[in-house]
Design a protein around this ligand. Structure first.
Ligand code: PMP
Length: 338
């Protein structure tokens, strides 16, 4: 038993879980990095810590500073909690379409939450632009009082995954890893883990599992930023190439429909007891596709980014799923009769 001196010291060092059903289905060993066990409940605690440590080193944050960020929610939760433990306040901008559970978690974490319309990146009302402008306005009033995290284009995000997530995966598998697959929001996880694994083992395959409605898979496969469809998953997919995604060494990419990914997380919960969120479903679907590509006998690592409880009113709501044409398992229907 070790004692962690504060919240930051409890971020990372998550276990690798053997995903029994996905492994049996493919003859590969499919492993999920249990990022939902981080103190703020998601992989984005790592990003938040990486960004904050970088800013502190550069002298951009001091006690009493205001952290400002645009986020789908999870990075904001990490920033607000680490901020609480280090004496910073947080103002978080997010699109109003994100889950109520994440909005509530942010408020509980002490963040001031500002919901903005869910508009494309080119629109000046987009949450990233509004957050940046708000940080600038605070700094005009009082120079140096605010810091904009800029998770999408601040490569301290990718660097932290390269130095922590990737090294943990390498050590936990004893270097016996043949493939890594995950989805991308900022691209920090994919680029950071991808770069570090490739540096240690050039033959390792790095794959992107992209939700419907994102342009990234098309960009990798055809060089075009084209998106089709939509997804109920949150925090992943992109219409642009961020600075963090830029250098991701991606060998393979797939666009994954909700009809493929959501049943996988329902089955994972029912048969193995792990309750994970929508992006984890997309990641597991990608791991199965990569396993089929490589053939039996390989070890493939993916990420279980956050918990399903963060999306309970969507992912485990028969009426919501039916509206989205996503299959509803019998046990879920029975659990929530209309
Ligand atoms: N899954 C979830 C649940 C997320 O919140 C995010 C980040 N928004 C991601 C995956 C994607 O991670 P990254 O930003 O490192 O690409």
């Amino acid at each position: 038993m070790t004692i962690r001196s504060d919240l930051s010291a409890a971020v990372g060092n998550t276990p690798l879980l053997r995903l029994r059903r996905a492994s049996a289905l493919t003859g590969c060993q499919i492993l999920g990095k249990a990022e939902f066990l981080n103190p703020g409940g998601s992989i984005k605690d790592r990003t938040a810590l990486g960004l904050i440590c970088d800013a502190e080193q550069k002298g951009l944050l001091r006690p009493g500073s205001t952290i400002v960020e645009g986020t789908a929610g999870n990075t904001g939760i990490g920033l607000a909690l680490i901020g609480a433990s280090r004496g910073y306040r947080s103002v978080i901008f997010m699109p109003e379409t994100q889950s109520q559970e994440k909005i509530d978690a942010l408020r509980i974490a002490g963040a001031e939450v500002r919901l903005v319309p869910a508009v494309p990146f080119k629109d000046p009302r987009h949450y990233v632009h509004v957050a940046r402008a708000y940080g600038q306005s605070l700094n005009q009033l009082e120079p140096g009082s605010a810091w904009f995290g800029n998770q999408f284009d601040n490569t301290a995000n990718r660097d932290w995954h390269e130095a922590t997530t990737a090294i943990e995966i390498w050590e936990q598998t004893g270097g016996q890893v043949d493939g890594f697959v995950c989805s991308a929001g900022t691209g920090g996880t994919l680029a950071g883990v991808g770069r570090a694994l490739k540096a240690r083992k050039p033959g390792v395959k790095i794959a992107l599992s992209d939700p419907s409605g994102s342009a990234l898979a098309n960009y990798i496969n055809h060089g075009e930023l084209l998106a089709e469809g939509s997804s109920i998953s949150e925090g992943i997919g992109s219409s642009r190439i961020t600075a963090n995604f830029q250098d991701a060494p991606v060998d393979l990419a797939w666009s994954i429909p909700d009809q493929e990914s959501v049943p996988l997380l329902h089955e994972l919960l029912r048969e193995e007891g792990w309750c994970v969120g929508g992006s984890s479903g997309v990641n597991i679907a990608g791991a199965i596709r990569l396993a089929r590509e490589l053939g039996p006998g390989h070890t493939i690592v993916t990420v279980l980014s956050d918990a399903g409880t963060r999306y309970q009113a969507k992912l485990f709501n028969p009426r919501f799923l039916r509206e989205k044409n996503i299959p509803v398992p019998e046990w879920l229907d029975k659990a929530f009769p209309d």
